[in-house]
Design a protein around this ligand. Structure first.
Ligand SMILES: Nc1ncnc2c1ncn2[C@@H]1O[C@H](COP(=O)(O)OP(=O)(O)OP(=O)(O)O)[C@@H](O)[C@H]1O
Length: 570
């Protein structure tokens, strides 16, 4: 992590925390106070030794006062620590929740194209693992890190204040310790990276051989396999031994620096005390402070690693938040009704990809029913999605009642134009849950009425659990026909002016097909419909047929017999 990148991350994180600045400031104050109280002990000891014990007349009053002061500060420190831990925990929870909701909102604002491009696993990992990784870090990483840095800063000041001569004596061992710590960080990171690689190698070899066990058996490769696994294990062991060696060297260096500096301080302190340049109390306090310094130095090297992984997670989350929304919301309201028009629309799936559509002009008038036909892969679904603004064209524009759909607010656009995929878009949950997805406030009666409107009233009545019937992931517990009926009931609930339908390609038995046809007519009565037609009956029921081919569109007019010949090609 470069320091500028780290600073940028910190500034951005503080910006996220701004609404909770008072709590953050209080937590920082508490941190300073608790760190200061945790370092008061040796100073009190110095007071007790110098003013109470050393000299010809030991003063037990001073010692008692020192004891009480120590006790009081310890109790105050523990109490403040409790408050600080709870406060930091609360800030951490808030921060993580805030990030999760911002990231979720951001992802939800993206177009379906974004989800095509971005593997679901990556998004799930951003919204769960990466964000959860931060939760622990707040309490177990940032606070101890700040504590260690504060402790070392306080100690540097206190040691110099106690005796600058003794502080000078400690400089050399301290420099050696810092050098050892820097070396350790670098060496241990490399050593542990090697260990992880070697473990991955072993696991890969094992998985590969286990998966291909039949081949191993068939070609009598057992001996070779064992040898390979042994070799991988040996390499893993070697890497572990190196990592442990690095660690033991560092611990030895730490011990050496501790013992070395205490010995040097005692030797120098003895000489200084003999000349009355330092008191016995000062020397004792100094040594105790030195002992307190090594723990934070050691933990810093570990904490930096923890913070680095948190920074990596944060960076990924901020990168997600920085991705521009590819279907940004506009601010215009829309007229109650009007034509849905494509003007010179062109589209390609990504830079360098071929144009799927070029210069397409198409108008869907209020109440009109247009069927899109064309060979597979011609771009019918793409055009339908552009008309419903599931994503935006790369050229030209789509407008509703004269307003570019990019300028419209989402509530305005979604109450006018909706896209319904007939065989998809059902999620695990009950029938009611799936219907309410499009109108959250709908009552059970309204849901039942919508199903009845598409001719599925008897079906509903026959379900033992009625609206509480689970539909399974993707509607897997329903038949293809039932899924389509539910999707069409949703259209009734939505009550939009324009319905864009991608007709299911899966074949239905003739009885069900008639049911679905009737449902389609019922659900779309009085609305404009743009349907990607895969059934001849749908084409026949249209007012106008438009063929999509070679990136353009041809208006075939009403589905009369003249058009019929053309349609037969598809
Ligand atoms: N998400 C995508 N990423 C890249 N290319 C795509 C994507 N979706 C579709 N395409 C390509 O765009 C072209 C048009 O696809 P589209 O699905 O619009 O055709 P279609 O006419 O609806 O076909 P079908 O009748 O088979 O559903 C095809 O060449 C297809 O391979």
């Amino acid at each position: 992590m470069t320091s500028t990148a780290g600073a940028g991350l910190a500034v951005r994180t503080l910006a996220v925390l701004r609404p909770r600045w008072a709590a953050v400031a209080l937590a920082a104050l508490l941190l300073v106070a608790t760190t200061a109280t945790s370092l008061a002990g040796p100073w009190i000891l110095r007071y007790a030794v110098d003013d109470g014990l050393v000299g010809d007349h030991p003063d037990t009053g001073v010692v008692t006062r020192a004891g009480l002061l120590y006790l009081g500060l310890a109790v105050a420190g523990l109490t403040l620590t409790r408050v600080q831990v709870r406060l930091v925990g609360w800030i951490g929870e808030w921060f993580v929740r805030e990030l999760r909701s911002r990231a979720a909102d951001h992802v939800l604002a993206m177009s379906v194209r974004y989800f095509d491009r971005t593997p679901a696993g990556v998004l799930v990992s951003r919204l769960t693992a990466d964000i959860d990784a931060l939760q622990d870090v707040v309490q177990l990483g940032i606070v101890p890190f700040a504590q260690a840095v504060l402790t070392l800063t306080f100690l540097a000041v206190v040691l110099v204040a106690l005796s600058w001569q003794l502080a000078l004596v400690c400089l050399l061992p301290a420099a050696a310790l810092v050098a050892a710590t820097v070396w350790f960080r670098r060496a241990s990171r490399a050593a542990f990276a090697t260990v992880r690689d070697r473990v991955a190698d072993t696991v890969a070899a094992l998985t590969e051989r286990l998966a291909g066990l039949r081949v191993v058996r068939a070609f009598r490769q057992e001996a070779g396999t064992t040898e390979l696994l042994l070799a991988r294990s040996r390499r893993q062991l070697d890497a572990n031994v190196t990592a442990v060696r690095v660690q033991s060297f560092y611990l030895a260096a730490m011990e050496f620096a501790t013992v070395g500096s205490i010995a040097a301080v005692l030797a120098a302190g003895g000489a200084l005390a003999a000349r009355d340049a330092v008191t016995v109390g000062t020397l004792s306090a100094f040594v105790l402070y030195l002992l307190l310094a090594f723990e934070p130095v050691q933990s810093l090297s570990f904490l930096v690693t923890v913070l680095e992984s948190a920074a990596a997670a944060l960076r990924k989350i901020y990168a997600l938040l920085d991705e521009p929304v590819d279907v940004p919301e506009g601010s215009q309201e829309l007229a109650r009704t009007g034509p849905l028009t494509a003007e010179g629309v062109g589209f390609r799936y990504g830079d360098g990809k071929p144009d799927v559509l070029r210069g397409v002009d198409l108008t869907l008038r209020p109440g009109e029913r247009v069927a899109l036909v064309g060979p597979t892969g011609a771009g019918k679904s793409t055009l339908a999605k552009l008309m419903a603004r599931l994503f935006d064209p790369t050229a030209g524009r789509v407008s509703y009642a004269g307003v570019d759909v990019r300028e419209a607010t989402w509530p305005a656009l979604r109450s006018r134009v909706v896209m319904v995929a007939q065989d998809g878009q059902l999620t695990a949950g009950t029938l009611a849950h799936n219907l309410r997805a499009v109108r959250p406030g709908a009552t059970d009666d309204e849901l039942a009425a919508a199903l009845a409107a598409v001719g599925a009233g008897n079906w509903l009545a026959g379900l033992p659990d009625g609206l509480a019937t689970p539909v399974g992931e993707g509607g897997s517990l329903l038949s293809a026909g039932e899924r389509q009926l539910v999707a069409l009931a949703r259209v009734c609930l939505l009550d939009a002016d324009v319905v864009v339908l991608d007709e299911a390609t899966s074949g239905l038995d003739p009885g069900t097909e008639r049911l679905v046809e009737a449902a389609l007519v019922a659900a779309t009565a009085g609305r404009a419909v743009l349907v990607v037609a895969h059934r001849t009956s749908t084409v026949r029921g249209a007012d106008r047929v438009v063929a999509v081919n070679a990136g353009g569109v041809t208006d075939l007019g009403a589905p009369r017999d003249t058009a019929r010949q053309y349609l037969d090609q598809y």
